[in-house]
Structure formats: structure tokens, C-alpha cells
Design a protein around this ligand. Structure first.
Ligand SMILES: [Zn+2]
Ligand SMILES: [Zn+2]
Length: 165
């Protein structure tokens, strides 16, 4: 836990407030307790840790991966706690679940976006979505489209490099 001493003189907020900031580049998640309450969950330290761990994470972790990460700081964490918290947060639309083949992955980025999957290492990268309003494609007459999810498959830069060595 590191405190930025340079802001101490001008920052009158309580030490507790500043202690909640774990990374300088990640702003404090807005009303994290409220979000858990909205999902019907008590804001326990363990659940706060789960949401905090997922926040800003672009790696699209599985429940198992998240469990292992959170457990490093919370050794008594149960997998069921991680799983149930994730599914409740998904239920209120706070977290998006991705089923791309293999275990379900979780995405804190709920804005419309596409994904690029590397066939080499399995990494999943966010891709900005282009606007896709307009008529349904041929063969989908009468089908009302809510959203389009595009998946790009190939090799990430790292895997492509390795191949060329
Ligand atoms: Zn790769
Ligand atoms: Zn994503």
C-alpha cells in the first residue's frame, strides 16, 4: 500500500479515502459498495476485492483466474464467493460475461466493443466497435438486432513475432 505523499498537504480527505486508491492510474471506482448492493450483495471486503481486481482489467479473466488473483491477498476466499459475485454483477449489467468457447470470461468493460482472440496464446483484446446501425443483413428479414458482436481471430503481435524468430 503506497500513499502519494505529494498530495498529502493539499488533500484534506481522510486517510481511509486515500487508502482505497490502489493504483495511481486507476481512478477510484464509483460507488463500488452501491454497485454491490444493487446486485443484492453485501459489500464485504472479499467482494470489494473481487470487483476492485476486475476493475480496469482488460485481460478478460475467467472466474478461476480471478479467484487465484484475489486469493493472493485474501487467502480465505472461496471460489463460490468469486463465482456468485461475478454472476450477480453480470446480472445487473455491471460486468459482461463472454462465452467465446472455453470457460466463461468476465469483462468490466460494458461499453459496446468487439474482441480479437489470439489462436496462439488465447489472449483476448478489446477492439473499438464501429457503428453498425442499419438494416439487418440478407437472410435476417424480420429479425430485430439489438447488438452485433464481432470476433477477430488470428495471432497477436507477440505470437506472430515468436513465429518469425
Ligand atoms: Zn498470442
Ligand atoms: Zn472486452
Amino acid at each position: 500500500m503506497t500513499l502519494d505523499t505529494s498530495v498529502r498537504e493539499i488533500d484534506n480527505s481522510s486517510p481511509e479515502f486515500r487508502m482505497t486508491l490502489s493504483h495511481d492510474d486507476i481512478p477510484e471506482p464509483p460507488h463500488i459498495e452501491d454497485e454491490l448492493r444493487e446486485a443484492g450483495l453485501k459489500a464485504t471486503p472479499q467482494r470489494l476485492a473481487i470487483l476492485g481486481c476486475l476493475e480496469g482489467d482488460e485481460s478478460h479473466p475467467t472466474a478461476q483466474e480471478l479467484y487465484e488473483r484475489v486469493r493472493a491477498e485474501h487467502p480465505t476466499m472461496a471460489f463460490a464467493t468469486v463465482y456468485n459475485t461475478l454472476s450477480a454483477l453480470t446480472g445487473i449489467g455491471r460486468v459482461r460475461s463472454l462465452t467465446l468457447g472455453g470457460p466463461t470470461r468476465f469483462d468490466p468493460n460494458t461499453a459496446s466493443h468487439d474482441h480479437a482472440i489470439c489462436d496462439g496464446c488465447g489472449s483476448i483484446t478489446d477492439v473499438a466497435a464501429r457503428s453498425r446501425r442499419g438494416p439487418a443483413p440478407d437472410g435476417l428479414a424480420g429479425f430485430s438486432i439489438n447488438r452485433v458482436e464481432r470476433i477477430y481471430r488470428g495471432q497477436c503481435a507477440e505470437c506472430a513475432n515468436e513465429r518469425n524468430v
